[in-house]
Each structure stands twice: as C-alpha cells, then as structure tokens.
Write a protein that binds this ligand. Sequence first.
Ligand SMILES: Cc1cc2nc3c(=O)[nH]c(=O)nc-3n(C[C@H](O)[C@H](O)[C@H](O)COP(=O)(O)O)c2cc1C
Length: 174
Amino acid sequence: MNTEVFSASRLSVAPMMAWTDRHCRYFHRLISKNALLYTEMVTAPALVLGGALRLLDFNPEEQPVALQLGGSDPDQLGKATALGASYGYDEINLNLGCPSDRVQSGSFGAVLMTEPDVVRACLEQMQHASTADITVKCRSIREHFGRINKIRCVPFRKVLIERVRIVKHSVSFR
Ligand SMILES: Cc1cc2nc3c(=O)[nH]c(=O)nc-3n(C[C@H](O)[C@H](O)[C@H](O)COP(=O)(O)O)c2cc1C
C-alpha cells in the first residue's frame, strides 16, 4: 500500500453523495493536509458509458484522494478503475455499504455483502486494472438490515481478507 496514502487515511472524510465533490474536498484540504478525502460515489456504468467523466476531474491540491465506485459488474468496475487511475486517484474504493432502495435495486452497495463471489470477481478485476490501492467500504451487520445477516458475513470477510487480500476496509455503522 502507498505509505503516504496509508498515513493520510488515519483521518478520512467519508464519501458523501451531493457533498464531497471537488469543491468540498478542496475546502477540506485547506483544513488539513493529513487526511484522505473521498469522492462521492460514482457508478461504474456512468463512467464507462461516458456520462460522468466530468466527475473525475480534480485539483492536484486535493491529493491524496480516493475515488469511490458503485457497481456490481466486474468488467465495468475494471474499466472504471482504469479510468479513475488514469486521472491520478490514489485509491479506488468499492461501495459495499450503501443501503438505499435505489442503490439496492441496481444490485450494488450494501446488498453486495450477500454476494461474496460477485464481490471477489469485482475486486479481482479492479486489482487487475490498476496498481492504485483497491479498498472497500462496507456496513456493520445489523439484524434489521434486510438480507444481510451474520451468517453471510463470514464468507464475505473471507473474500476480503484471504482471497483478494484487500489492504483496508472501512465500515459504516449507520
Ligand atoms: C449525505 C450523505 C451522503 C452519503 N453518501 C455516501 C456515499 O456516496 N458513499 C458511501 O460509502 N457512504 C455515503 N454516506 C455514508 C457516510 O460515508 C458515512 O459512512 C456515514 O455518514 C456514517 O458516518 P458518520 O457516523 O461519521 O456520519 C453518506 C452519508 C451522508 C450523510
């Protein structure tokens, strides 16, 4: 793992849709030089189909910056990762934590925690596509949270840690 990014990631500003755009991140960077900043979630299909490329632009002053991707198609995620890396992102993060109905209906975000084999395929493609750090952000397991339960969590963690050797994963607790 890139040591500068690793040391910055001791303090991060979480990805937030409609908030952590490039302007917000620039402002955050003025507050601290020692923090890892995340983009909003950008969906892999939107990038691959070309509709969201403007969301990848950022000011080098913002670095280190991690691009957060949403998606569940390994091929699309691989291509979106390569695109992100070509723009100079230090880390590419896969969103495995968003519980919103809209995101679940697109079969990505937190619902992917029930699909460890899909997660493995996605992460492997992302790792093949770039030398940037590939990380995940997932969600804590709570009884009331739909299909995600503790039994499914075990293979999920095995995939992250043993199979694809993910170096860092963050957990959203609400
Ligand atoms: C307005 C808003 C937008 C968010 N958008 C994202 C997102 O795009 N990707 C993501 O992984 N989490 C997203 N989150 C979740 C946050 O990254 C974070 O995990 C959550 O707010 C819990 O952290 P906190 O307890 O510090 O608020 C969002 C949260 C908020 C409040």
